[in-house]
Design a protein around this ligand. Structure first.
Ligand code: C5P
Length: 401
């Protein structure tokens, strides 16, 4: 009973999917949760507060205050009271306001005051769902650390068929249950994560780099921190930001800097996740001044870098767990398995450049987890959801005797 006694603020905005909010409320209460509903003015057009308050045994909050009896609803108190906030359905308008801090109703002010994790279940027509502004707003909300419960595909109220349907109440409840179930599974663990590319200097203005955005490693860092871990994140040059206070970030540039930082942090770590796309070669003697254009060919002398994963694999003690990544273009599984063995990893996460939507510079990934005994294939998902799958597998691995 992961939701037993949990205090949940359920925000409802103006979508036809609001009718499902009654079932959702009922399910949450059946699981033992205490539910406080906050509804937008448009939400009330789709479902009446009387239906909802009859289910929660609490008045539904919609206005900032009541002129009639002078009561004032404190969004700040709600933000402190809740163990989680769930916005279901979340319309394009509500998502846009949340992403941009437009606090013109009680639901948005409550969201902005929220101290607890926030789950958002969008509901809208397929074209609104695919619009660049919606995509950007959802990306912004994700970057603030919110959990997006992806809308499902299927027939929509408009009779159009596509992505935009609010996830079914049973599945939304499951997301919350899984969250609370797994929340403290990494309590007391130290997790070391490498992320992003490395830049290998050619001269003062040029480098050899790669397309890694760091998104996967940063998503893993947030996921581990939310589950109670202390995280050390060694990041190459990336645009990503960290959100959770339990993440200690160390910025590095080159493969050799990443090697030094990672090796020094490993002895104090229980888990290492090596997600960085580390350069395999680096210029032997970087020029001290900018290399000038000449008529002749320019030949760079490159030397191999040190393999961080392999070095940690050699250092690994019995209580430590090591996870690597493999990005392959051919004979994926065989190559990944060979790397797992050679680098002494407990498991390896394979992504193939042949899968659309997987790999560099995209917000999604499609992975296969390989361990000595297992081969588990996952569907294409948002990188944060992929991070969750990886961490759940990690939790299972470290629980094994
Ligand atoms: O051999 P390959 O580079 O494909 O292996 C990928 C795995 O090894 C990833 O987990 C990556 O982070 C790690 N790696 C590393 N140091 C390197 C090269 C790769 O830690 N120099």
């Amino acid at each position: 009973m992961a939701l037993n006694g949990k205090k949940i603020v359920l925000g409802i905005s103006g979508s036809i999917a609001a009718y499902k909010a009654a079932v959702l409320t009922r399910l949450l209460i059946k699981e033992g949760a205490e539910v406080q509903i906050v509804i937008t003015p448009a939400g009330k057009e789709f479902i009446t507060p009387i239906t909802l308050s009859a289910l929660t045994s609490k008045p539904v909050i919609s206005e900032f205050f009541s002129q009639r009896d002078g009561t004032w609803h404190s969004h700040v108190d709600l933000g402190l009271w809740a163990d989680a906030m769930l916005i279901a359905p979340a319309t394009a308008a509500t998502i846009g306001k949340m992403a941009n801090g437009i606090a013109d109703n009680m639901l948005i002010t409550t969201y902005l005051s929220m101290k607890a994790p926030v789950f958002i279940a969008p509901a809208m027509d397929l074209d609104m769902c695919a619009h660049p502004s919606t995509v950007r707003n959802l990306d912004l909300l994700r970057s603030y650390g919110n959990h997006i419960i992806e809308p499902a595909s299927g027939e929509l109220a408009s009779k159009l068929v596509g992505k935009g349907r609010m996830e079914e109440p049973e599945n939304i409840v499951k997301v919350l249950q899984d969250y609370f179930d797994a929340k403290q599974t990494l309590q007391g663990k130290h997790v070391l994560i490498t992320a992003g590319p490395t830049y290998e200097q050619i001269d003062p203005v040029r480098f050899i780099g790669n397309y890694s955005s760091g998104r996967m490693g940063f998503a893993l860092a947030e996921e581990c921190a939310e589950r109670g871990a202390e995280v050390t994140l060694i990041a190459g040059p990336v645009e990503q930001k960290t959100v959770h206070p339990a993440i200690r970030r160390i910025d590095v540039q080159s493969a050799s800097e990443m090697y030094a930082a990672t090796l020094s942090a490993f002895p104090a770590s229980d888990i290492g996740i090596l997600c960085a796309a580390v350069a395999d070669f680096t210029p032997k003697d970087p020029a001290r001044v900018k290399i000038k254009r000449e008529k002749d060919d320019l030949i760079l002398h490159l030397v191999p870098t040190q393999d961080i994963a392999a070095a940690l694999g050699r250092e690994k003690k019995a209580h430590q767990c090591l996870v690597g990544f493999a990005l392959e273009t051919n004979d994926e599984v065989a190559h990944a398995r060979e790397k797992m063995k050679r680098k002494n990893l407990d498991f390896i996460v394979l992504n193939s450049l042949n899968d659309k939507g997987a790999g560099f510079r995209v917000s999604t990934n499609k992975i296969t987890i390989l361990s000595q005994e297992e081969q588990i294939e996952f569907p294409l998902k948002d990188k944060r959801a992929v991070a969750e799958d990886i961490v759940l597998h990690l939790v299972k691995t470290i629980a094994k005797p």
